[in-house]
Structures are given as C-alpha cells and as structure tokens.
Ligand binder design. Sequence first.
Ligand SMILES: *Cc1c(COP(=O)(O)O)cnc(C)c1O
Length: 437
Amino acid sequence: MSINPASTNQALFERAQVSIPGGVNSPVRAFRAVGGTPRFIARAEGAYLWDAEGRRYVDYIGSWGPMILGHGHPAVLDAVQQAVREGLSFGAPTEREIELAETIIRLVPSVQQVRLVSSGTEAAMSAIRLARGATGRAKLIKFEGCYHGHADALLVKAGSGLATFGHPTSAGVPPEVVQHTLVLEYNNVAQLEQAFAEHGSELACVILEPIAGNMNFVRASLPFVQRLRELCTQHGALLVFDEVMTGFRVALGGAQSLYARALPGFAPDITVFGKVIGGGMPLAAFGASRDIMKQLAPLGPVYQAGTLSGNPVATACGLATLRQIAQPGFYEALSAKTRQLTEGLLAAARDAGMPMVGDCEGGMFGFFFPPSAGDSLPQHYAAVMATDKERFNRFFHGMLDRGVYLAPALYEAGFVSAAHSDEDIAATLQAASEALR
Ligand SMILES: *Cc1c(COP(=O)(O)O)cnc(C)c1O
C-alpha cells in the first residue's frame, strides 16, 4: 500500500505541532506517557478506527467513553442528520431538551431536574458552584486521582499533611483559588472521618468518581461510600457523584444504582453527567433534587449559562444513544463482553507468567501490572502509581502494533462498546498473548 508521505501519522504530528500546542487539543492524545507517535484518525465505524495511513485498530477508548454503541450507529446517525437539517443552534429552548432531561430523570431516580451544558468540565464546575450556593459554604473535599475536568478549584493535589488544603496541579491556578479544596486519599475512611471532624460545618460538598476511571479503574468500596453518605448527611454537606464516565456506562442507572442495590435508599445529592449522554457530541449535564436545582438562575441566586447548552444536534445524538442503551438486555450483553475481555486478559497474563490484576463493570474495564505477584487491585492513587509503568507502556505498544488501540496511559480506564464482536474480543486476546510474551 502506498501512503502519501504528507499524511503519515508522523508527518501529521510534525505539522500539527506547528499550529497546535503539542500537536493535540487534549494532552493525553499526544502519547507523552507511552512515547511514540499518536495515530491521526481518519474515520471510524463500529468497533474500529482507521488511522491516516489506512491501518485499522480495534478501539477500546471509544472517544474516552461516549461511544457506547460503537461508531456510526445507524439510529444515531439518522437522528443527527435529521437534527442538522432542522437547524444547528437556536439559543432558545427546544422540545428535545425536555425529552433528554425527562429521559435522564427516568433512568436516575436521585435526579429530579437537570441542567444541560456542553462538557464534563463545565458540568462539574457548575455542580460545585451549586453545592456552594445551596449550602452557603465554601470548602469541598475531592480525592487524589479523581478527575473532574479542569475547572480551577478542582486542579489540586494533596498538601503535605493529612487534612491540609491542597496545592494547584497547574500553573495559572493561584493557591488562593484552591485554598478551600481538601484532597484526601480515595477509599480511606479514617482520613474522611478526620476531615469531617475538623471541617464538617464548613464543607459544601464532597465530590468523587464512584468508580474512578481517571486512575485506571478503582472502585469506591461500599464501606467508604456508606460512611461518606452518613458523614455528608450528618454535617449538612452535599454528596456529589461525578458520573461523567460511569453514568450510563457501568449500568443504565450509573454507578449510583450499583451502590443503591447494596445500600438500600442510597442516593447522592448531585450527579454530574457527560460522555455517554452526548453519544459523541459535546453534551453534559448536572442534576439533583428540585429543592437543590431551584437555587440555579433564573429561579435562584446561583448563576450558570451557556450559548450552546442543550444544543439541538447534540441532544438529538444523546437521545438516540440513550434510546438504544435503554433497551432490555443491553447492559447484560455489554457486561458479558467486557468481562470476557477482562478475564481473557488476566488469563493471557497468567499464561505468560506475568502478574496482572483487573476489574470491570458494565462497559468499563481496567488492568494493572502490579509491582509484585500476589498484589491485589489498587485501592487509591498512590497504589495505582506504584504499578509497573514500563511494562504497561511496552504492552500498550505491543497491542497498538497488533491493531488494538488501548488508552495511551496506565491511569486511564478502557471501554467496550456494543459493536465489539466476539471475534474482536478473541483477536484482542490473541494479540495480548503475543504482546505479553
Ligand atoms: C471526562 C471527565 C470529566 C471532564 O469531562 P470533559 O467533557 O472532558 O470536560 C469530568 N469528570 C470525569 C469523571 C470524567 O471522566
């Protein structure tokens, strides 16, 4: 096959770096963590991506989560094409926004009202402002390794001691902006109790990823979530579930439905959505009880707005996606496929004599190369960072060379879509057996 020298991945990457910082519009795409040249994607269909050189890959990133149906699902494309013909944006309310809001509310019982926005960052930032406005308090708790987008107050890492306030993780964020953000260790009940004992009456909210997908795949333990709920209720702080990744991905009702199954009556106070609800278009949302949501403008004093919020094409895409995934049996089939992949990877590693641990839920999975054989799944960020990065990077490139596109960093989750066939999974496991050897 002859490839135009100007459209190889390498040539495009060099050209991109002239006009775009680092050649990418979101840093992880640059392959800095794993090294090598990012693939420039020309098109996608079903479970596959094709790069600029015409090479095909089985896609386990799915645009970092949204593409739960795979690429180019006919019902989604039809809905988007129809919406495009009706108009790209009006800056005025539409019936489709109501339909999408009603659909989210029907599927997630903790949510009585939602506000639509355009990115997960915007949704999480607005949820924090809402929590602060609703409680009249300033402080918040986040957990190390959880990502909630790049709003200033959330770009923060742990301070030097327990229950000290955090330091910015980005230049351009003044320390004063994160002085109200406490950063704790994920799954650490003792730290949580201490933080509430010291700051409980000043805490507006606690925000977490209920299954943390931005440190690969780490579940919040049941006792941790249970204690978190008790402490928030007891101290009048709001519990914010950031389900941008897990919402409509790990189960139809999100991760909160899994916790509610184990802890009857369990519900977060505010939920943040994104990724799957847009089906691949820029769309996100945050929702809560009517009582909390009435604090938002134009009803209440918490300001929040957006020119493209509830965009008619994005809502058409999201609605068409949610219609498909709400069909009976969808998550059973998706979970079975994801389990088959995860268990297959672990078996391939065992056969190759290489320590590996992994976990999955719904259409989301993660695997780690632990520092020593016999180690169990990491429970927090420091444990994730102690896993074998060199081994992961070699495995990543081994898989990429064999046409399997995994997330290019060990701290990212993987995603399976409804378009992945048994043959795709089998081919992936065959590639893994070779790469692990
Ligand atoms: C992706 C993600 C975000 C940010 O969403 P963007 O649309 O990229 O701004 C926030 N929270 C979580 C849990 C995410 O996975």
